[in-house]
Design a binder for this molecule. Structure first.
Ligand code: NAP
Length: 266
């Protein structure tokens, strides 16, 4: 069984690193190719990827073929690999906005196709990855994809119609979260905290708050209720955020991402 990666850029590197640190994939055969020599050397030497001559060689051998190239590179790639793909091969596409129907149609066969939308936190083993598959995908292929993304965080299967909203929260909202962290840090700085102390306090607070929601199973509204005492300080800050349209801004930002994604999707 060969797991092949075409494209060994940022996302492939994060996934392969996570796989190699996981018992299930420590000795797995991972093959790959990239246009760039430096990426090939790094992945080959550091993570035990068997580097093949090109995308065609990977497509000829891989049982699970991970397409880890930018979406705009797919049409050229398909022209090259369609004639040589290994029979029964499952395609695992990371490309944003490229639907299962578009992928299967472009591949020109009754191909088993899985779409995965990981996020940047794959680099630290904490991606929340949305996955969906077409009817040609069999259980063992689904299980393999679950294991691959389980090695870099959490794999969540869903129907394709939910991918857009889900991956907006997990894919675009990290940037919103960085913006919130930046604002908290500079507010802490303004209030007199050293920069590093303010940043670490903000990050750890965020991890703790998210853990509390997940572990307690309580709705955030109930936790807000628990931390806002009558006539207290936190309610003053909450009131200010609400008056300035904090929640509305987040709803609008998510809607804007979904609108833009819709205009780019096929
Ligand atoms: N990075 C993220 O956080 C993230 C999150 C979710 C999804 N994704 C998806 O993951 C995919 C990969 O993203 P990335 O950030 O890892 O991109 P990237 O860093 O640009 O890596 C892609 C690599 O693939 C190479 N490549 C392109 N066509 C090739 C071919 N036919 N044969 C061999 N190598 C080829 C590129 O080389 P050249 O540039 O020289 O052509 C580049 O080195 C994209 O579809 C993206 O939408 C990424």
């Amino acid at each position: 069984m060969h797991i092949g990666f075409i494209g060994l850029g940022n996302m492939a590197r994060a996934i392969i690193a996570g796989m190699r640190e996981n018992d299930s994939f420590r000795n797995a055969s991972i093959i790959g190719s990239d246009h760039n020599m430096d990426k090939r050397l790094e992945l080959g030497e550091r993570w035990g990827v068997t580097i093949l001559e090109d995308d065609i060689s990977v497509a000829m051998q891989a049982d699970m073929l991970v397409l880890a190239v930018k979406p705009q590179a797919l049409p050229v790639l398909f022209k090259r690999i369609i004639p040589v793909r290994k029979p029964g091969q499952c395609i695992l596409s990371l490309a944003a906005g490229k639907s299962l129907v578009w992928l299967a149609k472009s591949l020109g066969t009754e191909s088993p196709v899985i779409r995965a939308m990981p996020n940047l936190a794959a680099r630290v083993g904490s991606s929340v990855t949305a996955l969906c598959a077409n009817d040609q995908v069999i259980e063992t292929q689904k299980n393999l994809a679950t294991e691959i993304f389980g090695a870099v965080g959490q794999a969540v299967w869903m129907t394709e119609d939910l991918m857009k909203a889900f991956s907006t929260i997990t894919g675009a909202a990290p940037a919103f979260t960085f913006l919130y962290l930046e604002a908290l840090t500079s507010a802490g700085l303004k209030a007199g905290l050293p920069k590093k102390m303010a940043l670490e306090a903000a990050c750890n607070m965020m991890i703790g708050a998210a853990k509390l929601v997940l572990k307690s199973g309580e709705h955030p509204a109930s936790l807000i209720d628990q931390v806002t005492s009558p006539g207290g300080t936190t309610i003053e800050g909450m009131h200010t955020l609400k008056a300035l349209g904090f929640e509305h801004a987040i709803h609008e930002a998510i809607a804007a991402v979904i609108r833009k994604d819709g205009s780019l999707s096929v």
